[in-house]
Design a protein around this ligand. Structure first.
Ligand code: ZN
Length: 353
């Protein structure tokens, strides 16, 4: 039996160990069409199914790489908040759940604050990490949104939020619900500073998140097929005892019913956001320039040409004068030669007399 232990067994062992080396997440099943997706194809296609175009969930870092110009962005650390003030415990202590999520994601909480440019425009973005306790909003996430809004106002940048969340973090009780008015105030701060506020709804956006800052964007954009709602479909169906229409609570359904402005495929997000941001951010610049030229040209603008903007028009006038200089010089020179000619003819006449 030597050949069995010396030859066959090592062969089997090497075959088994080879099998172990192969990672088990090379293939993924599309939840929409059940098609098998190879990890490399998925990465190349921004986590969108190559068979049916279904938008799978995407890692928050990967999403920010797609959105920002050249995939370049800087992370701002979210402020530290008191952890587990209620000492909450269900099947597991909240502090233990939090620690587990933190060690997995290497982040303090379910929010990432990123700064960078999109289409050349400065943007401060607060993106939810769904893998961190379902992207639920507790005091830490609320604080992150407030911090991001403050940063947008401070640096005169557009403010963008990418919610992907199950709602309020129940383990923080009323404190998590208090984040709803807090985040609304943060958004109001951005709007008061006349800066654009853009919401990019990602799958899923539900509960306390959809009932607060996620629905008050100047522009509401959503990814195709993403689920957006407050309560779940089943809960509503059981409450009103009626069958809900097909496609209920999807991005497309909300677009048809006027709740959102656009449904944009992931591959087109960067170009669409660049266009929107350039339109919104350049508007103020254009209006200022127009106000300045009007202040000088016509009398209709009520003094807006005086404060700061007057500099632009006076500079323009000076530039115009400079441009006119050669022609002025020519005219003056012509006058002088004429006078000289007249003088010389007069003197010649005098001499002759
Ligand atoms: Zn698919």
């Amino acid at each position: 039996m030597n050949w069995l232990s010396n030859f066959i067994r090592p062969k089997i062992r090497s075959f088994v160990s080879q099998q172990k080396d192969v990672p088990d997440n090379l293939w993924q099943k599309c939840p929409a069409c059940d098609g098998m997706l190879f990890h490399r194809d998925l990465d190349e296609n921004m986590n969108v199914c190559t068979h049916c175009g279904h938008h799978l969930k995407i890692d928050v870092d990967q999403r920010l790489n797609i959105l920002f110009d050249d995939g370049e962005w800087n992370e701002i650390r979210a402020p530290h908040v008191p952890v587990d003030p209620l000492k909450f415990k269900d099947r597991k202590a909240y502090s233990a759940r939090l620690k587990e999520a933190q060690s997995k994601s290497k982040r303090e909480d379910a929010i990432v604050i990123a700064t960078g440019t999109i289409g050349g425009q400065p943007v401060v973005c607060a993106a939810f990490d769904f893998s961190f306790m379902g992207g639920s909003m507790g005091a830490g996430v609320g604080e992150g949104i407030v911090r991001a809004a403050e940063e947008a106002v401070r640096t005169h940048s557009a403010f963008m939020v990418i919610p992907s969340s199950g709602g309020a973090r129940m383990q923080e009780g009323a404190l998590s619900l208090m984040q709803m008015p807090r985040t609304i105030i943060a958004v109001e701060m951005v709007k008061d500073a006349k800066l654009p506020y853009i919401v990019l709804l990602a799958d899923p956006t539900t509960g306390g998140v959809s009932a607060s800052f996620a629905m008050v964007g100047d522009i509401q954009i959503a990814e195709p097929g993403c689920m957006i709602g407050f309560a779940g479909k089943r809960v509503i169906q059981e409450t009103i005892r009626e069958e809900l229409p097909p496609g209920f609570q999807t991005a497309e359904y909300l677009l048809d019913h006027g709740m959102i402005d656009m449904v944009v495929a992931r591959k087109d997000l960067h170009s669409t956001l660049s266009r929107v941001l350039n339109l919104l951010m350049n508007r103020t610049g254009r209006e200022e320039a127009r106000g300045g030229s009007r202040g000088k040209g016509s009398k209709s603008v009520n003094g807006s040409g005086k404060s700061g903007k007057g500099d632009i028009s006076s500079a323009a006038k000076a530039a115009r004068n400079v441009a006119k200089l050669p022609s002025v010089k020519k005219k003056v020179a012509a006058k002088i030669t004429k006078k000289r000619a007249a003088m010389t003819s007069k003197t010649i006449r005098k001499i002759a007399d």
